[in-house]
Write a protein that binds this ligand. Structure first.
Ligand SMILES: [Zn+2]
Length: 345
């Protein structure tokens, strides 16, 4: 789980508790001259004061969103090489599910050109990213990347986030989460020896669905975004507002309060339940640190359940209610079908 970090902003999570991995975006660095100069001068680890692993994402999605994708792959490579993150991501042009197929195809061709240039010339380890809004396109995109690098150590799957947020109610992508499940399975199969990273889909619930499909790593800015909206995270529970302000938004139930009362994050520890609620309601930074802690605890819990063999029951419990419940059932049906197929063979 690579927690997204905005280079010039607080909180610096690693100053509050142990984390091993963060993700920063080249877009956020390039758009701020002062940050860019300092990152280039000192290197990204020294600039952040963080000695764990850092992925630098190209920020293709943000450049595209701001219509500023005139940045060259060479510029991104240069930033990677000067600032020395542990891993970089190929400059990609993410697809848009609401755009026509021709435009999306052009985007993939540009991504492919960048992948070719960057993978052949890059001096730090780079993650190529595949994209596709049909299994046929995605298979083609996997084949295209294999033509450049047969067996990349890490492969990324991108363009997934808009399928969740932009496609609700869209006819074309009625079952967009089921399509994501099929996509993850396909990329997992196409690159059996590569670590699989799925970009931008690591909420405290979706992470369990993704990990159970064989995804090795995820990234998320959710800990921070949810804090900015005033929400806190709790294990196995959806977004909650610490205080009921009678505006129809979900606030803490009695069982949520029990979960919060045993939180051991650096914000909650040594405080009464009332103090925790007051602080989490009033202070963004406290919410962000608490949320990030919950993300990391959920990741660790998945790992622990995987090791002790109780992963299925754990995921079932975490995903049985809410948005992902029917999709987890879909993922399980597919597993049953695959098993039956293999028995028939
Ligand atoms: Zn806490």
């Amino acid at each position: 789980m690579w927690l997204g970090h905005l280079p010039s902003l607080e909180p610096h999570l690693w100053n509050h508790f142990d984390i091993e991995t963060v993700m920063v975006s080249a877009y956020e660095i390039i758009r701020n001259r002062r940050v860019y100069n300092e990152v280039c001068e000192r290197g990204i680890h020294k600039y952040l004061g963080f000695d764990g692993l850092i992925i630098m994402d190209s920020g293709g999605f943000s450049f595209q969103k701001k219509d500023e994708l005139d940045v060259d792959p060479e510029d991104i490579l240069e930033l990677y090489e000067i600032s020395k993150p542990d891993l970089g991501v190929v400059l990609d042009h993410p697809l848009n599910p609401l755009e026509d197929e021709m435009k999306n195809r052009e985007r993939w061709l540009k991504t492919l050109q960048n992948s070719d240039l960057m993978l052949k010339n890059g001096k730090i380890p780079l993650i190529p990213v595949v994209h596709g809004y049909s299994l046929e396109d995605l298979k083609k995109s996997c084949d295209d990347i294999k033509n450049i690098h047969e067996n990349p150590p890490i492969i990324g799957l991108g363009s997934i986030v808009p399928l969740i947020f932009k496609c609700r109610g869209s006819k074309k992508f009625k079952n967009s989460v089921n399509f994501i499940i099929d996509s993850v399975r396909m990329v997992r199969k196409e690159f059996p020896d590569s670590l699989l990273h799925v970009f931008g889909i690591g909420s405290t619930k979706s992470m369990h669905l993704m990990y159970s499909l064989g995804v090795d790593s995820l990234d998320s800015m959710g800990w921070r975004l949810k804090a900015a909206y005033g929400c806190i995270q709790l294990p196995g529970v959806g977004d909650r507002y610490p205080v009921n302000k009678n505006n129809g938004r979900p606030s803490l139930t009695e069982s949520d309060k029990e979960l919060l009362s045993v939180c051991e994050c650096p914000i909650c520890e040594d405080k009464s339940l009332e103090e925790r609620i007051r602080l989490l309601d009033s202070d963004f930074k406290s919410r962000a640190i608490h949320n990030a802690w919950v993300f990391i605890c959920e990741r660790d819990l998945y790992h622990q359940k995987l090791l002790d063999g109780s992963c299925f029951d754990f995921c079932n419990e975490r995903l049985k209610t809410g948005f992902f419940s029917k999709h987890f059932s879909y993922a399980l049906q597919e597993v049953v079908h695959q098993r039956l197929d293999s028995v028939n063979i």
